[in-house]
Design a protein around this ligand. Structure first.
Ligand SMILES: [Zn+2]
Ligand SMILES: [Zn+2]
Ligand SMILES: [Zn+2]
Length: 354
């Protein structure tokens, strides 16, 4: 993720900021220029930018609910920004607590959309293209749905991504993580994973890459629900770490791709953050190669996957150690085997080919 400057006072700003802490200007992110724009008068006019060539106004979810900090170009007829216009169903805001849970969801969703724009992936909403478009629903379990099987299932179906709103509640997410015996469970992880299913349909299905994809990830025509059932009944194969990035990735080729796609986004976006901070990793105790990284490139533009992965591994060692020093668990609790790295490279090539 990029770092930003306030266009008025040059103060350092972050992706999620809504106001400059130094000069007090209200700000917003303009996805067309991937920059932060300052709004001169956010109360009366709501649309005069400072230091921007084109005029912008706040996304409706910014002005009405404060769950978004993105802007819409004045020339655009849409009320919602590029991220919010993908929403199909939002939570019932009459229910106490839902506004804050939804806000949490939207923050993570915008990180996905940022990466999608950076990678030049197709981004069309269902309103424009009911077949190939993308949409999101944030749904809550109804009180009547007391059994696990009746719960809102986070998942993807034909361009439609559904996320269970409860995942925005840290206590509930931790309970699920424990129940599923996962080392890592985040909203951003969910959103990146489900978008992986969507982009499999866009990049791989009916494309010349399908055969090569099968060679790397296995046969996706295998019965999906049966595969999942057997995964939950008997668990992953022994030594799954040699072939898969996660236990769940071993359940079916589609899940393997979606998990790998999510990891690819974890990697490029975290590396971009490292690049923006000009991070260099050079462990004093390391006496062999493979532990050093100096992220001096924008990973979103890096065509050589080898360079990406060579920088990623040392960065995760440092990242995990920093987290442990703060009493947190590892930021990136995964082992990337050579086969998994080959899968990540395939995702990289597929994205760059689109
Ligand atoms: Zn400022
Ligand atoms: Zn928005
Ligand atoms: Zn999945």
């Amino acid at each position: 993720m990029r770092l930003f400057n306030c266009p008025v006072c040059r103060n350092l700003l972050y992706f999620e900021n809504v106001v400059c802490t130094q000069c007090g200007h209200q700000i917003g992110f303009a996805p067309e220029i991937l920059s932060i724009v300052a709004l001169q008068d956010d109360v009366t006019e709501n649309r005069i930018p400072v230091g921007a060539s084109a005029a912008y106004r706040k996304c409706k979810n910014y002005s009405e609910h404060n769950v978004c900090n993105w802007l819409v170009a004045e020339s655009d007829n849409e009320e919602y920004c590029r991220a919010c216009r993908l929403n199909d169903t939002i939570p019932n805001l009459a229910t106490e607590g839902n506004l804050s849970l939804w806000h949490t969801m939207e923050k993570e969703k915008r990180r996905l959309i940022y990466s999608v724009i950076q990678l030049g992936l197709p981004l069309t909403g269902k309103e424009q293209d009911t077949v190939a478009g993308l949409s999101f629903s944030f749904l809550s379990d109804s009180p009547a749905q007391f059994s696990e099987r009746e719960r809102v299932m986070t998942g993807h179906s034909q361009g439609h991504i559904t996320i269970n709103l409860a995942e925005a509640d840290p206590a509930e997410r931790e309970r699920m993580r424990h129940q599923m015996a996962e080392p890592y469970r985040t909203i951003l992880g969910h959103i990146r994973h489900e978008s992986g299913h969507y982009y499999w349909d866009r990049l791989i299905a009916n494309s010349p890459l399908l055969e090569a994809c099968r060679a790397v990830f296995g046969d996706e025509t295998r019965d999906y629900s049966q595969a999942l059932q057997s995964h939950y009944a008997s668990g992953p194969p022994e030594n799954w770490q040699n072939d898969y990035v996660s236990s769940y990735a071993s359940s079916h080729a589609w899940e393997d791709w979606a998990e790998s796609f999510a990891h690819y986004l974890h990697i490029v976006d975290t590396l971009e953050t490292a690049y923006q901070f000009d991070l260099q990793v050079r462990p004093r105790a390391a006496k062999s190669e493979g532990y050093e990284a100096d992220v001096e490139f924008n990973p979103y533009n890096q065509s050589d996957f080898k360079i990406i992965i060579e920088h990623w591994l040392p960065l995760t060692y440092a990242l995990n150690s920093l987290n442990r020093s703060m009493g947190h668990s590892h930021a990136y609790p995964f082992v990337l085997s050579p086969k998994v790295i080959a899968k990540l490279e395939f995702v990289h090539q597929s994205i760059r080919a689109c």
